[in-house]
Design a binder for this molecule. Structure first.
Ligand code: HEC
Ligand code: HEC
Ligand code: HEC
Length: 222
């Protein structure tokens, strides 16, 4: 439980402080150049920061206006701005940090617990959700979750530990149930549909396939 909690805290805004400590600002440009990896969402396609499918600048609140820090307190100037701290991180198309990529590239190494003892219990098991209408199916990866969450973060309170035992719907998710307990809050936005709906099937309209790799035409770019 504590492990999972730690991981959750990590991916939430609180992480800014930790990142501040380990992201030198002076060489962020050179660091960003390293974050070119061999494949993206689409097969055989290179992921890079200047890919127009992805944002170039991180979208984040400034310290003075984030509603958390007191802008009238002089100590605010001793803190690094989140935009600077996060400038070299891989980004998603909405300008949010792609934490899954950051972890897999080794840019961040979250601790399993406060004392830096032990490791997360990673479970390599995907669950396919097919009740998605024309939308691509949803492949839920246990791996990407259990690298920073404990089983008890989801089982049994959010999900009964049995395939098909939970009644999910997009309405419910958008209202903050199931996946929506974390996504749009401490995990990536619900508006990046294609990160969850990532397995096209026969009935899937072409535009959704495009969102999974082929760059959008100008008419559908926004
Ligand atoms: C965090 C993951 C996630 C994201 C992001 C997401 N979905 Fe879903 N979506 C699901 C899951 C899970 C289901 C349920 C599938 C099932 O029960 O088999 C679902 C179901 C659906 C369905 C089927 C009908 C229904 O109401 O349940 C539609 C349509 C849908 N999503 C559209 C979207 C659209 C459009 C977006 C982006 C605006 C989106 N989804 C973003 C996970 C997600
Ligand atoms: C982020 C949430 C989350 C975490 C964390 C998580 N799971 Fe799951 N788990 C799910 C979901 C979602 C399902 C599918 C439920 C469904 O189909 O309705 C599932 C299903 C399962 C199933 C049922 C598989 C089947 O075929 O019936 C098992 C077993 C399971 N999880 C074990 C674990 C274990 C062990 C861990 C920790 C190492 C873990 N889970 C962590 C969300 C999670
Ligand atoms: C307990 C919190 C929690 C719940 C519940 C949860 N997620 Fe996640 N999810 C995360 C975190 C944390 C990450 C990794 C950080 C991030 O991507 O923002 C993640 C990552 C993912 C990824 C990996 C994306 C990638 O780029 O590889 C997918 C896909 C995903 N979630 C889908 C789902 C779906 C579908 C559900 C519901 C069936 C769900 N999640 C429920 C917290 C959660």
């Amino acid at each position: 439980m504590i492990r999972g909690l730690l991981a959750l805290i990590f991916v939430s805004g609180v992480s800014m402080y930790l990142l501040t400590a380990c992201t030198p600002s002076s060489n962020s440009a050179t660091r960003s150049a390293q974050y070119v990896v061999d494949s993206g969402i689409s097969e055989g396609k290179r992921w890079r920061r200047d890919n127009r499918h992805f944002a170039v600048e991180v979208k984040t609140e400034a310290l003075a206006t984030d509603g958390i820090h007191d802008p009238d307190n002089d100590a605010i100037h001793t803190l690094q701005e989140p935009a600077e701290a996060l400038s070299a991180f891989p980004l998603g198309r909405r300008g949010d940090v792609d934490w899954v990529k950051a972890l897999s590239l080794g840019i961040i190494e979250p601790r399993a617990n406060l004392l830096e003892q032990g490791q997360m219990t990673v479970l390599d098991m995907d669950i396919m959700f097919k009740n998605t209408g024309q939308m691509p199916w949803v492949k839920f990866p246990h791996t990407a979750h259990t690298q920073w969450l404990a089983c008890s973060n989801c089982h049994p309170a959010i999900f009964i530990e049995k395939k098909g035992a939970n009644k999910l719907s997009m309405d419910g998710i958008l209202a903050g149930e199931h996946c929506g307990r974390c996504h749009d809050k401490v995990a990536f936005s619900l508006w990046t549909c294609e990160r969850c709906h990532n397995v096209p099937h026969e009935g899937t309209p072409k535009r959704w396939n495009e969102s999974l790799g082929i760059p959008p035409t100008p008419a559908t770019a926004n």
